[in-house]
Design a protein around this ligand. Sequence first.
Ligand SMILES: NC(=O)c1ccc[n+]([C@@H]2O[C@H](COP(=O)([O-])OP(=O)(O)OC[C@H]3O[C@@H](n4cnc5c(N)ncnc54)[C@H](O)[C@@H]3O)[C@@H](O)[C@H]2O)c1
Length: 382
Amino acid sequence: MLALFAGTQIAIHMAKVNLLPAGTDTGEMTEARWYDRDEALPGEGGASVFSARDGRISATLLHMDNKGTTRSKNTGGGSMKFAFVGTGMIGSGLAVNAALRGQDVVLYDVAEPETVKGTVGKVLDILVEAGAVDRERADETLSKMSFTKDLAEAVTGADFVQECVPEKLELKHSTYRQIQEICGDSTVIASSTSGMFPSALAEGALYPERIIVGHPYNPSYLLPLIEICGPHAPQETIDRALEAYRAMGKEPVVCRKEVTGFIVNSLSWGVMDGAIDKVLDGVCDVEDVDKAIMYGPGLRMAVTGQLLTMSMGVQGGFREMAEKYGKTAARRPDQIEHYGQIADGVDEEIADRSGAQGRTVEEITKFRDKAFVGLLKLQGKL
Ligand SMILES: NC(=O)c1ccc[n+]([C@@H]2O[C@H](COP(=O)([O-])OP(=O)(O)OC[C@H]3O[C@@H](n4cnc5c(N)ncnc54)[C@H](O)[C@@H]3O)[C@@H](O)[C@H]2O)c1
């Protein structure tokens, strides 16, 4: 949480000591105010943080509950402008995320605006049917979204552009050129590409430092994951992308190197290769491979990922693992000497979890078991 809200922690601190930093027009915080618990929701304290970028004021309301959990909520009046360029399966899903978070959303596509509106309407219908939003909110959200076939109208003044055009390098290059001719270097453009490296996307661009990858995971309208990749880009570009995705309600992670499949596809390809091998080697049939994942590690991974899951499986976590199980039990004995680094990372991960997800092994275990009960009930297993 500290890493996620580094800026807001500072804001709260400054507000607590009643400091109002000088205003700026560069996107920095211009004012912060601390609310006492009794001014905010029962049992909570909070702070409002105002910032200005390009003359637009944006306000973020931060709440801190009595466990110290910090949540941020955009107050609506200070929404960011998001442009989604290419609004098929991925673009329409992400646009819905941003719109549901109260952001100012414009969708651009070569298809007719009415057609795109129909696609977005279907995404919202799915969310209503799944119980994620109610009909009234879905209809209101759709009515606030803008649809256009005019690229300049879509991207002018945009804080963030998510490019979701088909996977063709030349098309992506020409799209960036047009956008950057309109926006200059003030707008970050993130590509949804699954397979292209950010350096290749940025090649020949007017402002290569503003082009990165922001890879979503299907179904993009539900899964929070976004992989940001842009080793060539300055930290400021990455930070702005992090801010934009959080404002959309996504959970961004940063892939620091250009690796095929970024983080998550390369991991899941490993599982895919192993799963096919199990069938081809006659170890088990297809159905049992999938059941083995669904009713075992898949459940655990949904709550605590992989490294935290393994750490929780042994008293003392990674630091004790090699000690307890010995070098021969380790999958890769050459990794053992680095377990301390993994253990430090797990400690950080635990501290960064939200209060609701648990910040000690004991709390996480309770949260995990509750989550399993919910998932198993949905799967008809409880
Ligand atoms: N489908 C997936 O599972 C998935 C997952 C992650 C990332 N991605 C990536 O997302 C991107 C989009 O994929 P998709 O599955 O949404 O494709 P899609 O075919 O569903 O949508 C592409 C959209 O782009 C529009 N388009 C075509 N040319 C255009 C142009 N010149 N300007 C503006 N819009 C244009 C099309 O009309 C269409 O609406 C690709 O880069 C893909 O690699 C896809």
